[in-house]
Design a protein around this ligand. Structure first.
Ligand SMILES: Cc1cc2nc3c(=O)[nH]c(=O)nc-3n(C[C@H](O)[C@H](O)[C@H](O)COP(=O)(O)O)c2cc1C
Length: 367
């Protein structure tokens, strides 16, 4: 089943294998996608669907050094080279759009401002990666520093951020992407509104579950109006606790979110079951409930092997399966999986920043 065609609404995919979003921190000056990034994605175009690395909708939405943006003309032109290369190689590609919210630092923010969030609670867990010396990714001069304390967004500032998402979605389509994935997972801004322990607001964006889902609902509605709901997906992480985003009743919260998303009629929900080592077991009953509530496409990612992927498809709770780290190290992953060939191992030290090494030099299998 993994190697069968799939129709994502009108978009034909060659197989059920997804390359999930993976930040590699190699954008050039102005946070513009480079020719090397075009090579990297084109090498992996045999995935049924590629989802780009997290791409900020505004400078305020940036949380790490050398991540690409989707808010300036040069950034659109940079991405155009990537989407052209992927399409020429026969692939399909969505852009993952993120605003990281509190997972940032004043050195990355416009005018050195404090990062913003639903509430003034500092992100925990992993630290931000910043370019302290301004020397660019090839030199690999980055540092890990603590996230800064965010300030809570005023109610009247929220519509501007919703508009930034809609504009970034239009820009992504102008750049040639087949669609966009909103990053609603892994402790970033949308997640900071959804999860009960990250959102302490008392306006219409906080308090009740309905209110905590309002920001996501407004963003999904705005990007759907901008580019068409059939080109919109969202990533959610119900059970991981990355960056300190925790919900007291994740099953109730995320089944309610799925119900809202079903009514909005978007193309897919992409469940992040793992982000590296943070990989709680997601009960089968939860997955079955998601399937009943949401009628669009369901993608799952997190520590999948060929066998687990085939099982997920056969059991019927997934339509597409993401393989993250295996895709970093194996540009021809679908071919290798299909022929049960050994996999290259990814080199962790080369995940973020740097040049070609550990990026576009992983060898394909001999054909
Ligand atoms: C280097 C690296 C960068 C990542 N960056 C992102 C990202 O930008 N957005 C996102 O939603 N997930 C990101 N993830 C999570 C992956 O999409 C995926 O969920 C995770 O790697 C688990 O899948 P795997 O076990 O197949 O690797 C990243 C993972 C890795 C390894």
């Amino acid at each position: 089943m993994l190697f069968d065609n799939y129709l994502l609404n009108a978009l034909p995919l060659a197989n059920r294998i997804v390359m999930p979003p993976m930040t590699r921190s190699r954008a050039g000056a102005g946070d513009v996608a480079t020719d090397m990034m075009a090579d990297y994605y084109a090498q992996r175009a045999s995935a049924g669907l590629i989802i780009s690395e997290g791409t900020q909708i505004s400078q305020q939405g940036q949380g790490y050094a050398w991540t690409p943006g989707m808010y300036s003309e040069v950034q659109i032109a940079g991405w155009k080279k990537v989407t052209d290369a992927v399409h020429q190689a026969g692939g399909k590609i969505f852009a993952q759009l993120w605003h990281v919210g509190r997972v940032s630092h004043t050195v990355l923010q416009p005018n050195g401002a404090a990062p913003v969030s639903s509430s003034a609670i500092q992100a925990d867990g992993v630290k931000v990666f910043v370019d302290v010396e301004g020397r660019g990714p090839e030199n690999g001069v980055g540092a890990m520093i603590q996230h800064d304390m965010p300030r809570a967004l005023r109610t009247d500032e929220i519509p501007d951020i919703v508009n930034d998402y809609a504009q970034a979605a239009r820009n992504a389509i102008a750049a040639g992407f087949d669609g966009i994935e909103l990053h609603g997972a892994n402790g970033y801004l949308i997640n900071q509104f959804i999860d009960s322990q990250a959102n302490l607001r008392d306006d219409q964006y906080g308090g009740s579950l309905h209110n905590r889902l309002r920001f996501m609902t407004e963003v999904v509605t705005a990007v759907s109006a901008a580019i068409g709901k059939e080109r919109v997906g969202i990533r959610l992480a119900p059970l991981t606790t990355l960056m300190g985003s925790r919900d007291d009743t994740p099953e109730a919260t995320y089944l309610a979110a799925a119900s809202v998303l079903n009514a909005l009629g978007i193309a897919y929900i992409h469940i992040a079951e793992a982000d590296w080592e943070d990989a709680p077991v997601m009960p089968a009953a939860f997955k079955e409930a998601l399937r009943i509530i949401f009628h669009g496409t369901l993608i799952y990612s997190g520590k999948y092997t060929k066998a687990r992927a085939e099982e997920a498809l056969a059991k019927g709770w997934a339509d597409l399966i993401g393989f993250g780290r295996p895709f970093i190290a194996n540009p021809d992953l679908p071919y290798r999986l299909q022929h049960d060939l050994p996999l290259n191992m990814p080199v962790k030290e080369q995940f973020f920043g740097g040049g070609k090494a550990g990026y576009i030099d992983y060898p394909p299998a001999q054909k």
